[in-house]
Design a protein around this ligand. Structure first.
Ligand SMILES: O=c1ccn([C@@H]2O[C@H](COP(=O)(O)O)[C@@H](O)[C@H]2O)c(=O)[nH]1
Length: 276
């Protein structure tokens, strides 16, 4: 079964397109978790326990794990989410020359018993950067069972610096990226990252590629347009609308997880009002 088929089943099972972003900024973790061997893992476990009924997927951003304890926390987190039956999308934004990209793609490999031997995380999907071109993405695109979300129009204010440049005087760069990514979708495993903070671009990308599912970040802390995220983000009902800080840091102190569960449920309800 392909990643998007599995994702579709998960969306139906929980009636939710919410992607819960697991970005456990160490500075924002509740004080009572500080003594834990791996505070980020302790935090994520309680977030997963509280939110999984509302989560179509979990999206850990690798930036929050790239140190030795972080990798351990991430491995535990991915395995735990998998145990709850929730797909995991690694927000890694990877790409490089083929020889290096093949190493990056190992993130998707099966977990082994010995992390020191460089075994993978067994994640279900990953975000990638199209700037280096198709060959840099081949090790990801060739993984038929994994989802590959190509950055298309990012949600940050500077997303327009390059992505909105006119190329060949007729199209914006992000429009070319959408079309090329669609051509790369020979295995039915390609999606796009398009931010909710630029609803006009979101609509335009949907016009260009009617069949690609989107990961739409930028709802919540970045103030993006939740209605547009649902209206344009889904293809055949499949797609993801992500919120990270708006869910995981919805509360503080001992009951942070309860607040996160409520925030995930609230976002699910808000998004579902706009689903067919
Ligand atoms: O265009 C993009 C691509 C990725 N992101 C990532 O999504 C989350 C958003 O976090 P919030 O706390 O909900 O703002 C984070 O991991 C970003 O790096 C994005 O925001 N925009």
């Amino acid at each position: 079964m392909s990643f998007f088929e599995r994702l579709g089943e998960r969306i139906d099972a929980v009636d939710s397109v919410v992607s819960v972003g697991l970005d456990p900024d160490p500075k924002r973790l509740p004080d009572h978790l500080a003594d834990h061997d791996l505070p980020r893992w302790a935090f994520n476990r309680r977030i997963i326990d509280a939110t999984h009924e509302h989560a179509a997927c979990y999206k850990p951003n690798l930036a929050f794990y790239e140190d030795s304890d972080g990798w351990r926390a991430l491995r535990e987190t991915v395995a735990y989410a998998e145990g709850k039956g929730v797909p995991v999308l690694l927000d890694a934004k990877r790409a490089d020359i083929g020889n290096t990209a093949r190493q990056y793609a190992k993130l998707l490999d099966r977990r082994g018993s010995d992390p020191a031997r460089g075994s993978g995380l067994a994640a279900d999907a990953i975000t990638v950067n199209p700037y280096l071109g198709r060959d840099a993405l081949e090790p990801f695109l060739s993984r038929e069972d994994k989802g590959v979300f190509v950055l298309c129009r990012t949600s940050n204010p500077g997303g327009s610096d390059f992505q909105n440049l006119l190329v060949g005087n007729d199209k914006h760069l992000y429009e070319y990226v959408a079309q090329r990514a669609s051509e790369w979708n020979v295995n039915g495993n390609v999606g796009l990252v398009v931010g909710a903070t630029t609803p006009d671009e979101l609509e335009r990308v949907r016009e260009l590629v009617p069949d690609l599912p989107f990961l739409v970040p930028g709802v919540g802390a970045q103030g993006g347009d939740a209605e547009a995220a649902v209206e344009f983000g889904l293809a055949g009902g499949v797609g993801l609308v992500n919120s990270s800080r708006g869910i995981i840091f919805a509360g503080e102190g001992e009951t942070f997880d309860k607040a996160a569960g409520q925030a995930a449920k609230r976002l699910k309800g808000r998004l579902n009002r706009h689903r067919d």
